[in-house]
Design a protein around this ligand. Structure first.
Ligand code: SF4
Length: 417
């Protein structure tokens, strides 16, 4: 995402409040302390060291992949982890792992930055691409689906691509550059979307311990301003700061703007939102998804097919909307076989199964032509199960005329790059 060029806030002519010798060069965004550069580098790096030790993020001898996009967070992470690994003898074998989504004019340029980081920090680099893994580049996907929902495809594919790259590198863990601002933003987004499953795990500093490759966030308590406008700026690190050409992300952008406004009034707000997220207790009656594996590719999934396989199937069949939103899409094994009827409910086409209503295709506004397409998609999904009786049942469905929309906003999901 593009960042406004901003310089660290100068601290005037005072002495550094830590060493009391050198002139203060900046006011820390997180604590508002006035300190010199040397003391800032030290407290910044040692705070991250403290987070790593306190949360036991790494064990000696582990192989760790750093998710590297060429952006400010992952570049600072590569720089700081290399330094701490040397200084505190972590005994880690560090790698850079990048994903090439196939976005011309954006990712190709940022990967050049990662290649320079490979030399600058002496870390081996592995690049995995969407084209190799899925047969599609983001350029091709956007040509097919347009600029709506593109980040859903990209986010789902990236998550899996990183796991696949990590497996190729045979690493024990993946460290990502998610910072405190990102996590606060995600807490807020999950509340706004009512996504309890994600809310319960988005503040965890280590996730996926029951999955193929655990992930950790050493910057969980590190402010974006300190990473970019202070550390990266003073150290003159080589990072890439251009916005993705396909970035709409209006909803996430709103949450981000709101958090930045709060931070201006009260810098601690970011940490307080994270703490609130940590302290949420999920009601025992809330049904959480059960984790299994995708029948098609073997990746972890709470459904019959993982989200990436559903999205890919839609793309390959020329039905790219399959799997968008809160869709069961192709994951319809037993409930769909008991489907009784489907109907247009406001802007969505709903399937009714044994009293449970499942939103099959969520869209902000299903227009006349889209209703037909939606019905065909549902038809295709159901026919794929080879249930001919069901096929006859569905073909005979009369879709009522749409009622006026009731302000339903569908199930927009955009992923942070
Ligand atoms: Fe992918 Fe991020 Fe670009 Fe969306 S904004 S297409 S998630 S890189």
């Amino acid at each position: 995402m593009k960042e406004a060029e901003e310089k660290p806030v100068k601290a005037g002519g005072r002495l550094c409040c830590i060493c009391n010798k050198r002139r203060a060069a900046l006011k820390r965004p997180k604590t508002l302390e006035q300190i010199c550069r040397e003391c800032f580098y030290e407290v910044f790096e040692e705070e991250i060291h403290h987070v790593i030790v306190e949360n036991q993020l790494f064990k000696p001898g582990e192989r760790i992949a750093i998710g590297a996009s060429g952006g400010k967070d992952s570049t600072v992470l590569a720089c700081v982890l290399s330094e701490l690994n040397r200084r505190h003898n972590y005994g880690l074998d560090l790698f850079l792992l990048s994903v090439d989504e196939g976005i011309t004019g954006y990712r190709d340029d940022s990967l050049e930055t990662v290649k320079r980081n490979e030399i600058q920090y002496g870390l081996r680099l592995k690049i995995v691409s969407y084209k190799d893994l899925y047969g599609w580049t983001m350029d091709e996907i956007v040509k097919t689906i347009g600029l709506k929902n593109n980040c859903t495809f990209c986010g789902v594919f990236r998550r899996q691509a990183l796991d696949r790259g990590a497996a190729l590198l045979k690493v024990d863990k993946l460290a990502t550059g998610h910072n405190a601002d990102d996590i606060a933003e995600t807490v807020l987004l999950n509340i706004l979307r009512g996504d309890i499953a994600r809310l319960s795990r988005c503040t965890s500093i280590i996730t996926g311990e029951d999955g193929p490759i655990p992930r950790c966030k050493p910057f969980k308590y590190t402010y974006e301003k300190e990473i970019m406008f202070t550390y990266a700026y003073f150290k003159r690190l080589d990072y890439f700061s251009t916005e993705c050409i396909y970035s709409p992300n209006a909803y996430r952008g709103f949450a981000r703007g709101f958090i930045k406004d709060l931070e201006r009034i009260r810098p601690r707000a970011i940490l307080d939102i994270i703490q609130s997220g940590e302290n949420f207790r999920i009601s025992t009656s809330t049904k959480m998804p059960e984790q299994g594996t995708c029948e098609r590719c073997g990746y972890i999934s709470s459904q019959k097919w993982c989200k990436a396989c559903v999205l890919l199937e839609g793309l390959n069949r020329g039905l790219p909307k399959l799997g968008i939103g809160r869709s069961r899409g192709l994951n319809n094994d037993s409930p769909m076989r008991r489907l009784s009827f489907c109907e247009l409910q406001g802007p969505s086409l709903n399937a009714h199964c044994n009293g449970e209503v499942m939103e099959v295709i969520a869209s902000p506004s299903l227009l006349e032509g889209e209703r037909k397409e939606a019905q065909e998609q549902l038809h295709t999904v159901l026919c794929d199960d080879g249930d001919l009786a069901l096929e006859r049942q569905i073909v005979g469905i009369e879709v009522p005329n749409p009622r006026p929309p009731r302000g339903h906003v569908g199930s927009e999901r955009s992923e942070k790059p």
